[in-house]
Write a protein that binds this ligand. Structure first.
Ligand code: ADP
Ligand code: MG
Ligand code: MG
Ligand code: MG
Length: 402
């Protein structure tokens, strides 16, 4: 059965985890094919398939350090527990939008889950110019339902505080605190940008008005335990096919400010929108893609606010829930803060430690630099003007005009 102590799995020992689960028939045990498929920065991911039935499962295991850097960057195994528990929690309200968890073991730091290999990672699909009609509706629904059902608007205060404790995730939050909200705004050695961007970066580092707003957003991230967040909702954490969306990889889950997840999704769509000026060669196709991306941003926010409003009207237990303007106030604050968070994500993906392929894969250096400069301007504009926006189409106008 399950081993009592942690050890990193390999293509052989991973079978000791899978075989006792009765997912595969015993007659298949000698016919299991194992592949290591992880492309992420932090963890091991194995794909185990039966050569007989073609059934497959995924085993994801946390390593005691960040895979991308190596053993010099230790990282808690508790993130595997957080990931499993977040997937199960999300499945209570949006079972169709997350991989099904088949088994988890916090000692081995393992989650065994449904195989989604018939999906593609959204970032890859978007860079290739694909369109996913359900995406906005699915992500808006995911964010609204997981937020509402984890919030004080719905939960008993004792239950809410229990959940906050359960999803306390200091080490992974620290990564976000540093990589998203701190390092890109200072001259820190782990930042990563070409020398040609130095003057644009200096503008950011010297913009007191901007830094004041970032400090405020960072404090909000540190202190506001409003809702259970995915915590890492970029387009590499979303699996898609034409008729299905699955949100994976919630190891950064924690209680934070409500606008955070939507912000990261929108920021990543905005970065793809910018990059399509280079990737989509054919003007009509480019126009179609970019229009789709902006409509997706708009529809995601609309779905989020409509879904949240409906849940509020039907299920809110907050004593102020029926007072006119209370919900509107919450949604407006969430929206405006999301604009600010999106600005931070756009800037850090351009000059911070971890980039996005959308911009980095632009083949011509000059073009890549041009759109990175544009991204920095857009990010700064969003951060500085977050409270001036009241309507999602003002945001998409800015992205279109960038
Ligand atoms: P990390 O935390 O290391 O980023 P992810 O959970 O994002 O790990 O998974 C890394 C990669 O492994 C994904 O981009 C995807 O290619 C593959 N993968 C993860 N989960 C599944 C799954 N349920 N089905 C199929 N492939 C998966
Ligand atoms: Mg990932
Ligand atoms: Mg991850
Ligand atoms: Mg390049």
């Amino acid at each position: 059965q399950v081993k009592p102590t942690y050890e990193p799995l390999n293509k052989l020992t991973v079978l000791d985890v899978v075989k006792p689960l009765a997912f595969f028939d015993e007659s298949e045990h000698s016919q299991l094919l194992v592949k290591e498929i992880g492309d992420g920065n932090l963890n091991l991911v194995f794909h185990i398939e039966s050569a007989l039935s073609k059934k497959a499962v995924i085993v994801k295991q946390a390593l005691p350090y960040a895979k991308v850097v190596g053993e010099s960057w230790p990282l808690t195994l508790d993130r595997a527990r957080i990931e499993s528990e977040a997937l199960l929690k999300e499945a209570e309200s949006v079972p169709h939008l997350v991989p099904k968890v088949l088994y988890s073991d916090s000692t081995l730091a393992v989650t065994v889950m449904e195989d989604l290999s018939d999906h593609v990672i959204l970032r890859k699909g978007l860079i290739e110019g694909q369109i996913y009609p359900q995406l906005a509706n699915d992500i808006g629904t995911f964010a609204a339902k997981t937020a509402f059902y984890s919030s004080d608007f719905y939960l008993h205060p004792f239950e809410k505080k229990e959940q906050v404790k359960r999803f306390s995730n200091p080490e992974l939050c620290k990564i976000t605190e540093d990589l998203v909200f701190t390092d890109p705004f200072f001259n820190i050695e782990t930042n990563d940008f070409p020398a040609e961007l130095q003057s644009e970066v200096d503008v950011i580092w010297n913009d007191t008005e901007l830094l004041k707003e970032v400090a405020q957003l960072r404090l909000s991230f540190l202190t506001k335990a409003e809702v259970l967040l995915h915590g890492d909702l970029h387009s590499g954490s979303i699996f898609v096919k034409s008729d299905s969306t699955k949100v994976i990889d919630p190891e950064f889950a924690f209680y934070g400010p409500a606008g955070f997840d939507i912000a990261h999704f929108i920021a990543n769509l905005a970065l793809n929108h910018l990059s399509q000026n280079a990737h989509a060669k054919e003007p009509f196709h480019r126009e179609t893609l970019q229009t789709y991306l902006l409509e997706t941003i708009e529809k995601t926010w609309e779905t989020y606010s409509e879904t949240f409003t409906q849940l509020w009207n039907e299920k809110a237990t907050d004593p102020f829930a029926k007072i006119l303007g209370v919900l509107e106030n919450f949604l407006e604050k969430t929206f405006q803060e999301a604009i600010g968070f999106a600005g931070c994500e756009i800037i850090r993906r351009t000059i911070g430690l971890a980039h996005v392929a959308d911009l980095d894969s632009i083949p011509q250096k000059e073009v890549e630099l041009f759109y990175k400069k544009t991204a920095l301007e857009l990010g700064a504009k969003l951060i500085k003007n977050q409270r001036k926006l009241t309507n999602i189409t003002e945001l998409t106008d800015w992205i279109r005009g960038a």
